[in-house]
Design a protein around this ligand. Sequence first.
Ligand SMILES: *Cc1c(COP(=O)(O)O)cnc(C)c1O
Length: 475
Amino acid sequence: MTPAEFRTVAHAAVDLMAEYLERLPAGPVFTPFPPELARAFAAEPAPTAGTPAGEVLADFEGRVAPYPFGNGHPRFYGWVNSPPHPFGIVAEALAATMNPSVAGGNHAAVHVEHQVIRWFAELAGWGPGGTGLTVSGGSDATLTALAVARQRAMARVDSDVRAHGLTGNLLSVYIGPDTHTCARKAVELLGLGSDAIRVVAADAERRILPEALRAAIAEDRAAGVVPMAAVATVGTANTGAVDPVDAIVDVCQEAGVWSHVDGAYGGVAALLLDGYPEARAGMARADSIALDPHKWLGAPVDVGLVLLRDAGAARDCFSLVPPYLRTDGDQGGVAGPVWFSEFGFDQTRPFRALKVWLLLKHLGLDGYRARLAHDLAMADRLADAVAAAPDLELLARGLSVVCFRVRPVPGLEPDPHNDAVLRAVQLGGRAFVSGTAVDGASALRACVINGATEDDIDALVDAVRITSRLLKEQR
Ligand SMILES: *Cc1c(COP(=O)(O)O)cnc(C)c1O
């Protein structure tokens, strides 16, 4: 492409993006991908000859853009998926324009990423000595942190896990009933086996009980198991519950167990807002923290972030540079600071930090504070509306997550009716919630991280109530 051709195509693409964003709120929140189109995609061979960029854009516009996931729409409340901030979309294009590998080196992207990591470490109340890096998401952040935790736990039994594996040692990892499945996946991938998972007892709000954690660690230790790590969550994906992080970190430090905080969804609320002093105090002392700017901070997917308190331990876990060849950076030269690839699994790494950097500069911490506070107020509005509706029942509420259901109706099984309402609401296009179970009951679950207005919240409540009434009438 010549520069002139690039300009033409890029301008056309920007127009397409702007129209997409403009049209989005008026359309249905979700439209399933049509089966005939799916069949056409499945049958289409790889193109042998090229096609002019304008025609390819038209294909995107006709067959891809009309069928989004749904996030981006102001009435999308499913899972934990925010709309992209428009400036984040611009950031993605700028990052791709430079297209560096941020494995390391002495180029700007490396320094942008260090700055972003330092900003979050400072927000978390960490002093110097720590490290961190951007990763693909909360799952990757948790895997990275638990890998370092495994290294440390094995070092304590005088074994080098990188060289010798687990050498028959049994390790254990402590989680709560609603800890994200990424912790279990990480434990399995790290070779501990899911038998290593201990689900610690929780209170009525599904928060880990620190005393139960203490007892579980003692029991394992007495049985010859090596307690490796505990995962405390700030905002579970299921109900938004916030574990007593500071108390959990106390138990961990007392027992020499790694404390990891999963703040993928709610960590930023605890760090930016005033309402979560216990969690914030715990995060300030934890061994590692996972945060997901692609959740509540509205950075386009993907960007997660892992903070690791002990930079040396992280480097020992991932570096393949032998200690006698390691350097601590080459500030004026080509090599630059110690390479990110010594602190994580990936070698070629994208310039993910740019979108976080541009958005933080554009919105400021105060801008984010206002956005998060707004979403929490809208979740309050939803919870109040549910509580006030005679036909709805509030089941759980944490951070900006609201779980509720249609009140059981005589003659209708509650769970199947709720499931039917969920599906009809999702396909109805007026609002989108995901489903979950709270204490065994089938529930609708809304996570407000999208800047919804009062009208958007009211539209959700209306959609659920009207759908339920229609389904009842059809019986
Ligand atoms: C989303 C989420 C994760 C997983 O993060 P990904 O970015 O999806 O890999 C982990 N924990 C919580 C609480 C989450 O909300």
